[in-house]
Design a protein around this ligand. Structure first.
Ligand SMILES: *[C@@H]1O[C@H](CO)[C@@H](O)[C@H](O)[C@H]1NC(C)=O
Ligand SMILES: *[C@@H]1O[C@H](CO)[C@@H](O)[C@H](O)[C@H]1NC(C)=O
Length: 346
């Protein structure tokens, strides 16, 4: 039973009613774009800080993707009130399609580790994802906790999403492990952790979930996808068995063929998690990748001029704050940058 399952028919009806004539699809403005864009003058980061499971905002110093300062004088921007009242792994999602430039979402894991144990958090953890939304990236509200898995799931971790222009919906994904129906208390052995997905238009109703990446017996968590333009994508994930982060590339779409460009066992780094990729605002094809050194000082930035190569080098960390944990970074324009600094001064 999944009360959140959306009727696909009703979605199709709405689309058919709203688009009586065929419109050319403008794919360019709906996703992060590998092309530098002079209207993008700043970066907004959303993170959690280790034992502080709230959402903290950081803004770039100037148009520098490697140099950030805390907003709101280092105090949280969002404190969750539902579920465990703790949020981890916040992901900033830019609205797509009719919501492009109009709406943004933050989704995150419902987990306050100070109130539980890592074992309990994976057997009988939250099966919902936190959602907040905004029309300006400054004011956030409409908090909700949307259940996306049924009672056989042990947890729902690190939700993230991208706008799938071809589908006209957001592809949302997360990591779950499952227990047999014969083990309702989840005391026995679970499945491997795999990446699950569903589609949504509004982060309220979701299609029934399915497997997106299943590498059983290897555990996979923390998926992040970077659109490369057209049908090409890079994705980054953590091998939770080997504790490494690696990348795969597809030139045949989100459900196409994915390969590891630097070799079938190639990794970017080990002892890391929570990969978060974003394009440089000013240099075509240059990208950053944040990797969370969870046993040490949190996120450290990496960069490449060729995402498809799978090769990343450590960036200059002198302007990058320490102890930021798994989150995300979104390029923003001058209007939004000014509104953020005015409302949440550094
Ligand atoms: C920034 O984006 C917002 C939201 O789409 C838009 O209203 C505003 O005009 C943009 N500002 C600039 C300088 O591009
Ligand atoms: C790192 O960046 C800082 C500030 O931007 C600069 O002063 C320093 O020289 C850079 N270090 C290296 C090794 O490039």
């Amino acid at each position: 039973m999944r009360p959140i399952t959306v009727s696909l028919l009703s979605l199709l009806t709405i689309q058919a009613t709203a688009s009586p004539t065929l419109q050319p699809l403008d794919l360019s403005s709906h996703t992060l774009n590998p092309r530098a864009d002079p209207s993008l003058t700043s970066y907004l980061g959303a993170f959690f800080l280790g034992d502080k499971p709230s959402i903290y905002f950081y803004q770039s110093n100037g148009n520098n993707g490697l140099s950030f300062k805390p907003l709101n004088r280092g105090q949280p921007i969002i404190n969750p009130t539902k579920g465990t009242q703790g949020v981890r792994d916040p992901s900033l999602i830019a609205g797509g399609g009719p919501d492009a430039g109009q709406k943004w979402y933050i989704i995150g894991t419902d987990l306050h580790i100070g109130k539980t144990t890592w074992d309990a958090a994976q057997r009988t953890g939250s099966r919902g994802i936190f959602v907040w939304e905004s029309t300006d990236l400054v004011t956030w509200g409409q908090e909700r906790l949307v259940q996306v898995e049924d009672a056989t799931a042990g947890m729902v971790w690190a939700p993230d999403a991208i706008w799938d222009a071809e589908k006209g919906q957001y592809l949302v994904h997360w990591a779950s492990k499952f227990y047999p129906a014969s083990d309702p208390e989840h005391k026995g052995s679970p499945s491997a952790i795999r990446i699950r997905y569903a589609y949504t238009r509004d982060f309220r109703t979701f299609t029934a979930p399915g497997d997106y990446i299943n590498r059983s017996p290897t555990n996979i968590i923390d998926l992040n996808i970077l659109p490369l333009g057209g049908n090409a994508y890079a994705r980054f994930m953590k091998d939770e068995t080997a504790k490494t982060v690696f990348t795969e590339i597809s030139t045949t779409g989100l459900f196409g063929t994915w390969t590891r460009p630097a070799g079938s066992n190639a990794i970017i780094a080990s002892g890391v998690e929570g990969p978060a990729a974003y394009w440089d605002n000013q240099v075509d094809g240059k990208a950053y990748l944040l990797l969370d050194f969870y046993g040490s000082d949190g996120y450290r930035p990496y960069e490449t001029a060729d995402v498809k190569s799978g090769k990343w080098t450590a960036s200059n960390r002198s302007g990058f704050p320490k102890n930021l944990r798994h989150g995300s970074v979104l390029p923003v324009n001058a209007t939004i940058a000014a509104a953020l600094s005015a409302r949440w001064p550094a």
